[in-house]
Design a protein around this ligand. Structure first.
Ligand SMILES: *Cc1c(COP(=O)(O)O)cnc(C)c1O
Length: 423
């Protein structure tokens, strides 16, 4: 077998430079809480393929379901000849997502595509053009979702012009907004919407209940409920982007549940199908069904193999109670992260929920972001056998997203490596 070094040489000659990788190691196999490269080096996985393999890599039920489906049929296109598993995934999403009202779902391939479709549905249903998004938001890399995403480098730089009718307002970011309470932070954002956009022009307010790429920013308590209340009164479609937070990651099935927020529409992807590409928009039946027949879809959306994987993943989440696992992992991690933070003045904050946790790294004694120190700590983790990711508008957040099936031993070893990387 080729070595990682050999594969890297081939990659540079074959793969576009714009597609980056966190580590230059080429995967041979992965499962539970580890990834092993073709040279036999092992990493403890605190990335889960960016919050995708919540049920683990090659989870037994997923493998079995995919294998069985591949043998039956691989693709007919749901828009041409439909099949049961697509319907079953929609039924489950309608039942699992917050909100006791009648719902419908539609399936797509990627998170960005789900977000695009949520915007299509909200605009169509309301007849309004504007979409409100937040500072530090991340919603994808397609043209519309680049416009919805906040950060220029690397996501938007020289890729414009972007889609119009997108308006950005402040996020609740307790570490960096002077600790504004949720209601006050929401009032600030709402005033900006009303004065600069006009509520009657707004189709959708789109928000990640805990921001992902933007820095694992957890809004102050009350922020999301206040926005939800305003959106209801203003006839604005409240869209929760739970692409990173969903499917047990934060200790509930969906992060909105933590404060009892019921979105009108919810976008889902990443953790939905154990690593197979699948995404969804789930929400109020009246909004979802407003769109004419043929107005939503795509060749591969809700591919039968991906649907089989999603059904098996959701079954695994129920069977192993992965929401409880996320809470347990979170409790173990937070305790260790707090010890690290107490001994290192570069750590401004430990935050997150469940198994979606982060540390924000600054110049000691200030709130000045220190992306260089963040990168150095992350690189030290990689060198010692722990796969960590960074994020944040300022590139100064270490984020941790272990698979929810990681063993106590793997979790403990990963945290030991992390502690050592802080030196
Ligand atoms: C990853 C992500 C997306 C985009 O999903 P893709 O599948 O990469 O297109 C959108 N929103 C959030 C919150 C994400 O984390």
């Amino acid at each position: 077998m080729a070595t990682s070094e050999e594969l890297h040489k081939r990659r540079v000659e074959a793969v576009a430079r714009g597609v980056g990788s966190t580590i230059p190691a080429y995967v041979d196999r992965a499962g539970g809480g580890t990834i092993t490269d073709v040279d036999g080096r092992e990493w403890i996985d605190f990335a889960a393929g960016i919050a995708v393999t919540n049920v683990g890599n090659s989870a037994p039920r997923v493998v079995e379901a995919v294998r069985a489906q591949v043998e039956r049929f691989t693709h007919t296109c749901f828009m041409v000849a439909p099949y049961e598993s697509y319907v079953a995934v929609c039924e489950q999403l309608n039942a699992l997502t917050p909100g006791g009202f009648e719902k419908r779902s539609a399936l797509f391939n990627s998170g960005a595509e789900a977000v695009e479709n949520a915007v299509k549905i909200a605009r169509h249903a309301t007849g309004r053009p504007a979409v409100v998004v937040f500072d530090h938001a991340y919603h994808g890399r397609t043209n519309l979702t680049m416009a919805l995403t906040a950060k220029n480098m690397p996501y938007k730089h020289r890729f414009g012009p972007f889609a119009g009718e997108v308006y950005r307002v402040p996020m609740s970011y307790p570490l960096r907004d002077g600790g504004l309470d949720g209601a006050t932070a929401a009032a600030r954002s709402i005033e900006m919407i009303e004065k600069q956009v006009g509520a009657e022009n707004v189709a959708a307010l789109l928000i990640e209940p805990i921001q992902g790429e933007g820095g694992f920013v957890v809004p102050a308590q009350g922020f999301l409920p206040a926005l939800r209340e305003w959106a209801t009164a203003a006839g604005v479609v409240f869209v929760a982007d739970e692409i990173q937070t969903g499917f047990c990651r934060t200790g509930d099935w969906f992060a909105c549940e933590h404060e009892g927020v019921e979105p009108d529409l919810i976008t889902l992807a990443k953790g939905i199908a154990g690593g197979l590409p699948l995404a969804a928009v789930t929400g109020r039946a009246d909004l979802m069904d407003a769109v004419h027949v043929g107005g939503l879809g795509g060749t591969y959306g809700g591919n039968p193999i991906a649907c089989a994987a999603a059904l098996a993943s959701m079954e695994t989440m129920r069977e192993l109670d992965l929401a409880a696992a996320a809470r347990r992992i979170g409790a173990v991690m937070v305790e260790r992260l707090r010890v690290i933070a107490a001994g290192d003045p570069r750590v401004a904050e430990v935050r997150g929920r469940g198994a979606m946790l982060a540390m924000e790294i600054v110049v000691p004694g200030t709130l000045t972001p220190d992306p260089a120190a963040t990168a150095a700590i992350s690189a030290a983790c990689h060198a010692a056998g722990l796969l960590t990711l960074t994020c944040g508008t300022y590139g100064n957040v270490l984020r941790f997203l272990p698979p929810l099936v990681i063993s106590d031993d793997e979790l403990g070893r990963g945290l030991d490596i992390l502690a050592a990387a802080f030196g």
